[in-house]
Design a protein around this ligand. Structure first.
Ligand code: GLN
Length: 314
């Protein structure tokens, strides 16, 4: 199918497919372990698909704001790689899927050395947060925010202060994980400082169009096709996309690779950042989650699109 007719079909069909997928939201559950997240609407579903000419096909509740949560881990990994290089980063965090939940710390005790399996589970992302350059948590956090604004082409990205405070006040599991990592010699700096950087980047507030734009940069190997600017070295995009395929949807990554076949990263707020290599950046939000912590309606919608347009990379 030619690019134009595919995009035209996307424009006309997207709202219909979205409404079919939205019905799935009733079977999911909005996250509540971060209390502030439970305010997200159960039945919301939105999507934005952005192409290299700046055309957007969007549908549903694509305008609702949501926090990036674990989606941010892809880009803090990239920034840590840009700050430290591959060897230093992978000295502190591994490259393998776990098969466990995103917030599991089981293997930190079972496997030696006690470094996290990969940078997209919480333990790995907390280790990555400690590798971001900057004198203190404030400087690290502001470097992360500036980097995300640049990638999203949106200078007004900000934190959702309520979600940030809500997570910081309730993150007992992440705290215990961070102390274990500190004891294992994985974390640089103070545990509270590292966690503050982590909670802040998880709380960056976006809409579907923002993460579609960030995904478009990955779809074009680190060069923003809308400005021509090179934002990320190609090698680091390759590393990030490989993690997205193998670990981006947690312990549902294998199923997502089979059913959709695209690099993706989900967040517990219901966001999914995904991309069609060399073609589209895609942002999805649907706060009702399945048992693995991924947007139930969002995954259904991506399965439909991948099948209809034969987008799978495999
Ligand atoms: N901030 C969340 C947490 O640490 C991120 C988890 C997620 O999005 N799956 O629990």
């Amino acid at each position: 199918m030619s690019e134009t007719s595919e995009f035209d079909r996307l424009l006309t069909q997207l709202p219909l497919w979205l409404e079919t997928s939205r019905k799935r939201a009733a079977e999911g559950k909005v996250a509540s372990y971060i209390p502030e997240l439970s305010k997200m609407p159960q039945s919301a579903l939105g999507i934005a698909v952005l192409d290299a000419n700046g055309r957007t096909a969007s549908a549903g509740d694509c305008g609702i704001p949501f926090t990036m949560q674990s989606i941010s881990k892809v880009f803090t990994l990239i920034l840590a790689l840009m700050d430290n290089g591959e060897a230093a980063v992978f000295d502190k965090v591994g490259m393998e899927p776990t098969g466990d939940n995103f917030n599991s710390m089981l293997k930190l005790e079972l496997v030696r050395p006690g470094i996290p399996f990969n940078p997209l589970i919480n333990a790995g992302a907390i280790a990555v947060s400690s590798l971001i350059a900057g004198a203190d948590s404030e400087e690290k956090s502001s470097r992360i925010l500036s980097f995300f604004r640049k990638l999203a082409g949106n200078p007004s990205l900000e934190l959702d202060e309520d979600v940030y405070r809500s997570e910081a006040a309730t993150a007992n599991l992440n705290r215990s994980m961070a102390y274990l990592l500190k004891d294992n010699g994985v974390l640089e700096g103070g545990v509270d400082e590292v966690l503050d950087v982590y909670f802040r980047h998880c709380s960056i507030k976006v809409a579907c169009a923002d993460i579609a734009r960030m995904a478009l940069v990955l779809a074009f190997d680190g060069a923003d096709p809308l400005t021509g600017e090179s934002l990320i070295p190609r090698r680091y995009v390759q590393i990030a996309k490989t993690f997205m395929i193998t670990c981006g949807m947690y312990n549902a990554s294998g199923e997502f690779a089979i059913q959709v076949g695209l690099p993706a990263k989900s967040g517990v707020s219901g966001g999914i950042l995904t991309l069609v290599p060399g073609r589209y950046g895609i942002g999805v939000v649907g706060p009702a989650l399945n048992r693995k912590g991924n947007s139930i309606a969002g995954v259904h919608l991506m399965e439909t699109l991948s099948r209809e347009f034969d987008w799978s990379m495999f």
